[in-house]
Ligand binder design. Structure first.
Ligand SMILES: N[C@@H](CCC(=O)N[C@@H](CS)C(=O)NCC(=O)O)C(=O)O
Length: 220
C-alpha cells in the first residue's frame, strides 16, 4: 500500500494527490501539520529536508513532487498521464518547468495579497500581474484549441499547471482575456480528482488565520 504524506492546502502536494486520484490508486493518507510535524524525527527519516509531499512504498521513500509523479507513472503506467509524441513530450515538460520556474515566483506577491499576508506595494502587484500574464499567454499558445495541453489526453502538464488554475481569478488575473484557458480550467474542475482536492473556503480561511497569527507572533 502506498502512503501519501501531505498537507491538503499545499500546491506541491496537490499535484501528486491529483495524480493518485486520476490513476485511481489506493493509498493511505497521512496529513502533516506544517506547524511542526515536519520536524519530527519519524518524518525527517522520510524526508531530511522536512518538506511534503512524500510517497512511501514499502521500504522506499520518494521525496520531491516531480520525482513522485515519475515514480507513479513508471510503476502504475495505466491510465497514463504521459504525452507520447515528441512534440507532446516537449510541451509537457515545458509547461511543468514554466509553471514552477516562472509562474510560481511571478504570483508570489499576488498570493500574499489574496491571503492577506502583509501589504504588497501597488507596483509589485502590477509587475506580478504582468509577469503572470506572460505565463498565461504561453499556456494559451500551447493549449491552442485542444482540450488539454498535449491533445485529447490529460497529462502531467495539465496536472501541474492545472492545480494552479482554480486560483487564477482569485489572484486577480484577467482571465476574461483567456477564454481557452477558462474553458480548460472548467474542464479540469469538473473532474473528480480536482473536486476532491480543492480546498474549501473554510479550510482556506482557517489556514489564513493560522498564518496571520504566526506572522503576528513573529512580529512580521
Ligand atoms: N520541491 C518540493 C517542494 C516541497 C515544499 O516546498 N513543500 C512545502 C509545502 S508546499 C513544505 O513542506 N514546507 C514545510 C517546510 O519547509 O518545513 C516538491 O516539489 O516536492
Amino acid at each position: 500500500m502506498l502512503t501519501f504524506y501531505h498537507t491538503p492546502l499545499s500546491i506541491n502536494s496537490r499535484r501528486v494527490w491529483v495524480a493518485l486520484l486520476e490513476k485511481d490508486l489506493p493509498f493511505e493518507e497521512k496529513v502533516i501539520a506544517l506547524s511542526g510535524d515536519q520536524f519530527k524525527p519519524e518524518f525527517l527519516a522520510l524526508n531530511p529536508f522536512h518538506h511534503i509531499p512524500v510517497l512511501v512504498d514499502g521500504d522506499l521513500s520518494v521525496i520531491e513532487s516531480f520525482a513522485i509523479l515519475d515514480y507513479l507513472e513508471a510503476k502504475y503506467p495505466t491510465p497514463s498521464l504521459l504525452a507520447t509524441t515528441p512534440e507532446g513530450i516537449a510541451t509537457q515538460r515545458m509547461v511543468q518547468m514554466v509553471t514552477v520556474n516562472e509562474l510560481v515566483p511571478a504570483i508570489n506577491p499576488l498570493t500574499k495579497k489574496m491571503m492577506g499576508f502583509g501589504q504588497e506595494p501597488d507596483d509589485a502587484i502590477a509587475q506580478a500581474k504582468q509577469k503572470a500574464e506572460v505565463v498565461l499567454q504561453f499556456y494559451a499558445s500551447k493549449l491552442g484549441d485542444g482540450p488539454f495541453f498535449c491533445g485529447d489526453q490529460l497529462t502531467l502538464a495539465d496536472v501541474v499547471a492545472g492545480t494552479f488554475a482554480p486560483w487564477f481569478e482569485q489572484l486577480g488575473l484577467a482571465m476574461e482575456n483567456y477564454p481557452t484557458l477558462q474553458a480548460w480550467t472548467c474542464r479540469l474542475m469538473e473532474r473528480p480528482a480536482w473536486q476532491a482536492t480543492q480546498p474549501t473556503a473554510a479550510e482556506l480561511a482557517a489556514f489564513r488565520d493560522r498564518m496571520q497569527q504566526r506572522m503576528a507572533a513573529q512580529g512580521q
